[in-house]
Design a protein around this ligand. Structure first.
Ligand SMILES: Nc1ncnc2c1ncn2[C@@H]1O[C@H](COP(=O)(O)OP(=O)(O)OP(=O)(O)O)[C@@H](O)[C@H]1O
Ligand SMILES: [Mg+2]
Length: 450
């Protein structure tokens, strides 16, 4: 570590000592400021930041302990070294309790002082590093509600950061439960449009006949049931984001109308003779193969290109298994709090099962399974018996793959299979023996050999 430039404040009411300390520190390359007036020191501390404070304990005016307190308050990571005369050790210990880094007793060797200063600086460096890493971890593992530390999720956070302050349309694809809606909300709520509305429309959930009037609105009398004017959802989303979920379910006539509205940046409600300007960002999603929808003529290619100025493909959970442990921990915290349970973590065996399962329902399925496990669990730790049998069986399907890959002997394969059946039966040996087609005695014997 280079000493150059580290800022040290020295406070001692003994003028000679003050000057000596300052000279020596400067000689070692530190940038030292020395004062014999503790009130002056307190003023300096409030104005400037120091890498280290060295202060005498017993002084006229403010005492060393007062300066220590002050430093802890204004600059908590700055270490404080106390100088104390022989015979006042109790006060030095008191200072340590209040958070001083170390103390040295007079008379002392200058080498001793310099060594203590260097150690204190290193300590400060490490503390700052921990704070930095913590911040980095928080920033990297989360983005709004999205959780994930995998490279693919990090790329998504980066991309969202780059596009959130523009109004370009975004098309999000990905299997069900991969977080498409969460990503859309992250774009809206982190960007310049966050003050405006986020209006979500599920094109698959609204009957075709209603979708048009829901989206575009209508004038009173436009059709039999139109008893008064109604603002469409597109207007409601003005200056905000319109989230069109499962857009491939939109009927072709509406697709054409939407395209026109986007091109002209205005909308005409049903039965209205006027058009009204709109300022929208559209985020659309699809969880099916959009390419084949276009090829089969079910989705307009020109609309697709309008919508997918930027496209984001949410990765399936099985393609980013490294995210499973932090997602599990996140959902445990969430549901423990919600369900007022004391579950705090997951056992190694249970985590293994969760890591091996292929997760066809992605994060949503994982969330449901953790919620279920916490509801069922009577312990602080989720164990395999808190997981549904279907998950355990599915993760067992991987056994042969693993055995082939890792070149298991028949004996190893048998042992691993017995272990998994035991997990599945929640450790019930009679049930396990029955499933394995063994009598209990044979199973016990095999277990002893494991
Ligand atoms: N990366 C993630 N971090 C935390 N929670 C997530 C993540 N991805 C999804 N979830 C959770 O999983 C559930 C499903 O997410 P979301 O509704 O965004 O998925 P989707 O891709 O829109 O699914 P669908 O296609 O079925 O509509 C939500 O409860 C959401 O909170
Ligand atoms: Mg969705």
């Amino acid at each position: 570590m280079k000493d150059e430039g580290y800022r040290v404040l020295v406070v001692d009411d003994d003028l000679e000592m003050c000057g000596l300390l300052s000279d020596i520190l400067k000689g070692e390359g530190f940038s030292a400021i020395a004062t014999h007036d503790s009130l002056e020191a307190s003023k300096i501390l409030k104005k400037e930041e120091f890498d280290i404070l060295i202060t005498d304990l017993k002084m006229k005016g403010l005492k060393g302990l007062d300066l220590l307190e002050e430093t802890r308050r204004v600059s908590p990571l700055t270490p404080v070294i106390i100088i104390t005369a022989f015979g006042t050790i109790e006060s030095a210990i008191q200072a340590m309790k209040m958070g001083a880094y170390d103390y040295i007793t007079k008379p002392f060797q200058m080498d001793e002082l310099i060594l203590t200063v260097r150690k204190a600086l290193e300590n400060r460096f490490l503390k700052k590093e921990v704070v930095r890493l913590k911040k980095e971890v928080e920033a990297r593992y989360h983005f709004h509600q999205l959780i994930g530390k995998s490279a693919s999720m990090q790329n998504i956070y980066d991309l969202i950061e780059r596009i959130r302050d523009s109004s370009i349309n975004v098309f999000i694809t990905g299997e069900s439960g991969t977080g498409k809606e969460l990503a859309a909300k992250a774009i809206h709520y982190s960007g310049i449009r966050k003050g405006g509305p986020f209006i979500a429309v599920n094109c698959a959930a609204i009957p075709e006949t209603l979708l048009e009037s829901e989206l575009f609105g209508y004038k009173k009398g436009a059709f039999t049931d139109a008893k008064s004017d109604k603002k469409g959802l597109i207007f409601e989303a003005d200056e905000g984001t319109l989230f069109l979920d499962e857009i491939t379910e939109m009927p072709p006539t509406l697709q054409a109308k939407l395209l026109r509205a986007l091109e002209e940046r205005e909308v005409r409600p049903l039965g209205d003779t006027n058009s009204y300007p709109i300022d929208l960002r559209i985020i659309a999603t699809s969880n099916c193969d959009i390419g084949s929808s276009i090829q089969q003529g079910r989705f307009r290619e020109d609309l697709y290109y309008r919508l997918k100025v930027i496209d984001i493909d949410m990765p399936a959970l099985r393609e980013r298994r490294e995210d499973i442990p932090i997602l599990v921990q996140h959902f445990i915290q969430k549901f423990s709090k919600e369900l007022k349970k004391a579950v705090s973590t997951v056992s190694g065996d249970a985590l293994k099962i969760l890591l091996n399962y292929p997760w066809p329902g992605n994060v949503r399925e994982l969330e449901n399974i953790i919620q279920r496990a916490i509801t069922l669990s009577r312990h602080e730790v989720i164990s395999p018996e808190d997981l549904p049998a279907s998950i355990i069986q599915k993760s067992d399907e991987k056994l042969f793959e693993k055995a082939t890959e890792e070149k298991f002997t028949l004996d190893q394969l048998e042992k691993e299979y017995i272990r998994r059946v035991l997990i599945e039966t929640g450790g019930n040996k009679s049930k396990a023996a029955e499933r394995l087609g063994l009598d209990r005695k044979t199973l016990y014997r095999k277990l002893e050999e494991m």
